[in-house]
Write a protein that binds this ligand. Sequence first.
Ligand code: CA
Length: 718
Amino acid sequence: MRRLSIVTSALLFAAAGAGPRAQTAPTRATGAAAVTHERLAQADREPGAWMTTGGTYHEQHYSPLDQINETTVGKLGLAWSADIDTERGQEATPVVVDGVLYLSTAWSMVKAYDVKTGTLLWEYDPAVAKSKAADACCDVVNRGVAVWNGKVYVGALDGRLIALNGRTGAVAWSVQTTDPTQPYTITGAPRIIKGKVVIGNGGAEYRGRGYVTAYDAETGQQAWRWYTVPGDPSKPYEQPELARAARTWRGDLYWKIGGGGTVWDGMVYDPELDTLYIGTGNGTPWNQGLRSPGGGDNLYLSSIVALNPNTGTYKWHYQTTPGESWDYTATQPMIIADLPYPRGKRRVVMQAPKNGFFYVLDARTGRLLSAEKYSPLSWATHVDMRTGRPAEVDEARYEITQRPVIVAPGALGMHNWHPMAFHPKTGLVYIPVAVNNAPYSTPKDFKVNETGFNTGVNFAGGAELYDRPGAPKRGNIESYILAYNPVTGKEAFRINNEVYGASGVLATGANLIFSGNHKGEFTAYRASNGEKLWSTNVQARVVAGASSFLVDGQQHIALLAGARGLPDNQPRTNPSSANNSRLLVFKLGGTATLPATMPANARLTSRTKIDPPLSTASNETVFAGQQAYEAHCARCHGPEAVPGAGSIGPDLRYSGLLPFASAALGGAWNATVREGDRAQRGMPGFGRTLPAETTDAILHYIIKRANDEKALQSQGNR
Ligand code: CA
């Protein structure tokens, strides 16, 4: 292996140094972000660059570079790092072209660095209104930029698609891709296909109708738009295939509140077949009994759809979860590859969507080649390979049985947006798996929520099921990187995470994979067997995937670290980011270090002593508060008022608003919760949505939960 590595390394090195499109000596393209269709379509011949968030058009998150290999990886060290100035989730994969690293951060901000020195060349803040956080289901994140012909493209959280001058960061053009009065968001990376920028959006938990739009990369002129679900039946269908889709829906609630199917992350383009594949999201609301009473497949929810990227016309689709009812999106990242089957190679598109099955589709026809479980899901037993449909477990359809049920996975899915990687030499896909379940039941009353979630699911309804004998462990169970063989449909091995949570994966040529974790580490493993070969402390939780490229002929690896909260016992070391968000760039022999503590003059925020007022409200009020809390607050502040790994808001049991609240209901609490005086910090006011009686009840519930916690602490149980 070592000899092979050195030989391969020398060849690649020579190719990168002398090739016509080498990173250090581009001939056709000069200047910043000088990416052409030719460069993109042949990005695998230019391993010195990392031209798209997925690496190349195939989005394998694979670099053939192998200077960093099983023998040398022990010498990997930090070349430089840059503190990030936001403190929400950081989900972007860095893009590197011609010596410049382009990155997006939380709040859709963009930064460009000299990749050799770490010097910030320019930065851009789209100034998204902080109150827009209320429309983001899962934090104000952004998964990366696209670069093309001198420009850098970013989708902003508020629905704008923005083209920036690649040299200066100045806005070249900006277009609103959504109705700004609707709760749409953009968190996914744009894709560039032959002079068109393709972008989707999120919002299927709110009132979103999914679509994907292509714009002229030079002017921002709209080229085409493709809707994922049918709209108002009294109006003409925007596309002919929506007529077929409409026959798979029932009732008239769905189109009034959007129907869902948002294209919020995964898209991949195959230049060989000139086909764009998009992944579509869940239904609005999740509960199919409410969304489409009487059932139906609800096309094109939860599907992989092949489109002609020039015109936006439909080619084929494969629906992973017909009539989905559990927030099972198929928006997860997709990979194009030539898989070595016994009868010869086949061009495939692969996805590990939320629902727990790994799908391999013929990229040309959409024919299902394989659909095996990559995780312990409970909603179906298998996929019927003759029909391509899942064999469902009847009890999982809570909207039909009208009985609460624990279903695996829950809404976060067995795999979410975290980049998986494909290593062409091991033939394995490395999937960041997070095993979880959730109780689903139909609520007694469903009313459309104009400003918040529309799931149509009562999560408290089945909670007592966990107390029954033989019930599964509650919620988040375990997480690991699964090495999966897509040809045989079998697990090769898995790498368990000590701390629950998924992180993106990078595969590199020299039999390595790299991944961060929620303990605050960035680690290299042997790709063929998962053995840990190198690890370093990055002082932050990691969710994003890394990228690899050459700087002056030397292989580097870049990682954006930072997620919700800090790893256990990790002090804050970044004055501008409470979760130590940081860009880290590694190379062999790198000797840079991270600070051990905060600078002396920086102000630390820390959890204060718990000191709530006495809980005085009736059981009925607390119960009403609990129901309202779970419906309106838990998404950000955590279920049962305990923030978890997925929570973006503070722990309200420790809120400074509480000690004053019992003395002055209507004071500080109401100013924040009803009037929205912290809207610019991401806490929207609920005064127009909820009656005072409800926000008072929520306050009493939180006071109760804070007293519970105080009691536990005084017993020495915490
Ligand atoms: Ca969703």
